[in-house]
Design a protein around this ligand. Structure first.
Ligand SMILES: Cc1cc2nc3c(=O)[nH]c(=O)nc-3n(C[C@H](O)[C@H](O)[C@H](O)COP(=O)(O)OP(=O)(O)OC[C@H]3O[C@@H](n4cnc5c(N)ncnc54)[C@H](O)[C@@H]3O)c2cc1C
Length: 330
């Protein structure tokens, strides 16, 4: 067994973000770096596709020992069969101790099949890695934490939850070596025909990349009152997000919902306005660097995860805060 391998993923929407690595992939790299430091092993980064030169060059600027381009025309578009077969060959060749992946929809689609083909373990949706290494997963909608240790000989697959590992700015290093791995793939092995890649509308909100988020909950009472929080978000230069009831009511589009059935976010600032802090909401935002909560109930669960709390009526606090921010920025 040698080294830690991190498998990065391209952003899902090539129309808008061509040639870019999804943020959660850099978080997977951060998780891989933690593992590599603990085990004192070298780290390699993998990108799959066709014509991945520029992506590989971008990855090579990060602190990794080497970048592996898994190149094949049949990998130009994602298919579970193509990715599973290619990664099976790569992992069997490289024999890493751990292969770390971002817990994306794509990874959820192929990683169980990859683990089964390798006859290995997949520890999925990991939120922490401590000495051991011990992997933490959340159970029962985040009410319980489970600790997992890999007892086998590996390679062990580990997928990491969005927002769980912080991407640090890394000092500039000499670019890592890039090598190309060409898997043996035959079109007959690929049982699905990919359709057109998903292209979101230009209005699609990428809350996952937002640095500042103002999020509103049922405490706002009426759709007409949303302008209060919109003004606060505009003053801060923040994206507007919401808890589920706000989106269920159609007051804001579903793409702005944060939580277990919405988006997972990890901004620098998450300002929760009139949100109680139900577990299904917390799992989507507790990776935020700084959480500020405004709630009139001092016992609201949101205060358990908040770095700063304001106990008060949002209809008084929010306009005052907006004014203060505007004044500070004037
Ligand atoms: C399977 C499943 C999936 C779910 N997925 C999600 C999800 O993805 N995202 C999500 O958010 N929820 C989700 N939920 C719903 C979740 O359980 C909660 O019901 C929801 O998060 C509550 O939203 P809320 O905090 O806005 O409302 P409430 O729980 O009603 O809280 C409103 C808060 O506003 C405060 N408040 C009221 N008036 C004021 C005022 N004037 N000033 C200040 N504070 C005030 C109250 O004290 C209260 O704490 C899911 C539930 C299930 C069962």
């Amino acid at each position: 067994m040698s080294g830690i391998m991190v498998i990065l993923e391209q952003r899902a929407d090539p129309a808008q973000r061509e040639g870019r690595i999804a943020r959660i992939s850099w978080e997977a790299l951060a998780a891989g770096q933690r593992l590599a430091a603990q085990l004192n092993l070298p780290i390699s980064a993998v990108i799959l596709g066709s014509e991945t030169e520029s992506l590989a060059a971008e990855i090579a600027t990060r602190p990794v020992a080497k970048v592996l381009r898994v190149e094949h025309p049949l990998l130009a578009q994602y298919t579970p069969d193509g990715f599973t077969l290619a990664l099976q060959q790569l992992i069997q060749t490289e024999s890493p101790a751990y292969a770390v992946l971002p817990h994306t929809y794509q990874v959820r689609d192929y990683a169980p099949a990859l683990a089964a083909r390798l006859d290995q373990v997949l520890i999925s949706d990991v939120v922490d890695i401590s000495e051991g290494p011990i992997f933490t997963r959340q159970l029962m909608q985040g009410r319980l934490n489970g600790s997992y240790r890999h007892a086998g000989t590996g390679p062990c697959l580990v997928s990491v939850q969005a927002g769980a590992f912080r991407v640090e700015d890394s000092p500039a290093t000499a670019p890592a070596a890039i090598t190309t791995f060409t898997p043996t793939l035959d079109a007959a092995q690929i049982r699905t025909t990919p359709g057109q890649p998903f292209r979101g509308s230009s209005q699609t909100v990428d809350l996952g990349s937002a640095q500042l988020i103002v999020s509103v909950g049922r405490g706002i009472k009426e759709a007409e009152n949303l302008s209060l929080v919109q003004e606060l978000a505009t003053a801060l230069g923040a994206e507007l997000a919401a808890s589920r009831p706000i989106c269920d009511n159609g007051w804001l589009p579903m793409e702005r919902q944060v939580g277990s059935s919405g988006q997972t976010v990890a901004p620098k600032l998450y300002l929760a306005v009139g949100i109680s802090g139900a577990i299904q909401h917390l799992v989507g935002m507790k990776g935020s660097q700084c959480i500020v909560a405004i709630n009139k109930d001092p016992d609201a669960p949101i205060f358990e995860v908040a770095d700063y709390g304001i106990v008060g009526d949002l209809f008084e606090v929010v306009p005052a805060l907006t004014e203060a921010i505007r004044a500070a920025r004037a």
